[in-house]
Design a protein. Structure first.
Length: 318
């Protein structure tokens, strides 16, 4: 299985891909594994203060609730826009999943030329979204990702990342309004039944929803004027379904676009870097090899040919 993580400023989205039903587990060692079936996904809060063990326990508990074995993970790929968490997540992967992760960063093979003045400035999630959208829908296309910030990313007909637009997300726009006004209450962000509000809550919801929808469609109208009317527009992100279904220009809402992009990029890199699909040797995993049984009571399995491995034994960091 393949474990994918999209680490955002507010939320972290996790997913596990497996081979499609009916595909035999054993493959030739020279062939990159192909995982195209999303079997589980979760959305958790991004917490910069959490330790390696706190994240490890969280991830392992999520796996347990979904009846998934950590030992079945043969690859991990991470897209992160929170640099302080990168070393923490690396250690989580090595300690709790016995696997060295692939982080989306400069030098990673994406298969997409980046026409940005400084390509290193582009957020990893934006490139991942662009790769997935072009692979699934073709170009030219615009990807609207509704996150902490809302991003509009443009891909050419030839599959080149052209750049885009960044604006404040609807959540932080609402937070700014509530924090700077004494009598306006915090309200749920949702589509109101009608535009004209008959009370304070309804008026706020109408302003937030239709005001932001106007921002989105206004930017898309100008982008389509530059790219052409045949351009496909895809929405993703936590508020993608709510805003995307009300837009004049968004025709496709893809909740798992970023997870798919991580899977695609991992597959493009694993053939050139076989170590991405093999276990790393941590002190904990070496100790489990020396013992006839693993910490969970099961006999450890070999790591050859894509067969499952035994999980490493978590260590205390006290």
């Amino acid at each position: 299985m393949l474990f994918v993580l999209d680490v955002g400023n507010t939320n972290t989205v996790l997913g596990v891909f497996a081979r499609a039903p009916g595909v035999p587990p054993d493959q030739d060692s020279d062939t990159a594994p192909h995982y195209d079936h999303l079997v589980a996904n979760w959305r958790v809060a991004t917490r910069q203060g959490s330790t390696v063990d706190e994240y490890g326990v969280l991830f392992r508990n999520l796996f347990s609730m979904a009846s998934l074995e950590a030992a079945g993970i043969h690859g991990i790929v991470i897209s992160s826009v929170v640099p302080p968490l990168d070393p923490v997540l690396r250690q989580v992967c090595e300690r709790y999943f016995n696997s060295k992760p692939l982080l989306i960063e400069p030098g990673v093979k994406t298969g997409m030329p980046v026409h940005y003045d400084n390509p290193a400035e582009v957020g990893a999630d934006r490139i991942v979204n662009a790769v997935a959208a072009f692979e699934k829908y073709g170009g030219p296309c615009v990807i609207v990702d509704f996150g902490t910030a809302t991003t509009f990313d443009c891909v050419s007909l030839k599959g080149e990342y052209m750049g885009g637009v960044i604006c404040p997300g609807i959540g932080i726009s609402a937070d700014a309004l509530f924090q700077r006004t004494a009598r306006l209450p915090r309200v749920e962000i949702r589509k109101p039944a009608r535009v004209i509000g008959t009370n304070t809550v309804g008026s706020l919801q109408s302003g937030l929803y239709y005001g932001y929808l106007g921002l989105v469609d206004g930017i898309l109208e100008r982008l389509l004027g530059e790219l052409g009317k045949e351009t496909k527009v895809i929405a993703t992100g936590g508020l993608g379904p709510m805003i995307g279904t009300g837009s004049k220009y968004i025709k496709q809402v893809d909740d798992f676009l970023t997870l798919e992009g991580l899977r695609i990029i991992w597959e493009r890199n694993v053939a050139a870097r076989p170590s991405l699909s093999k276990a790393v040797q941590t002190p904990a995993s070496q100790a489990s090899k020396a013992s006839p049984r693993s910490a969970s009571g099961a006999s450890p399995a070999k790591t050859n040919g894509g067969r499952e491995r035994s999980p490493s034994t978590p260590r205390s960091t006290r």
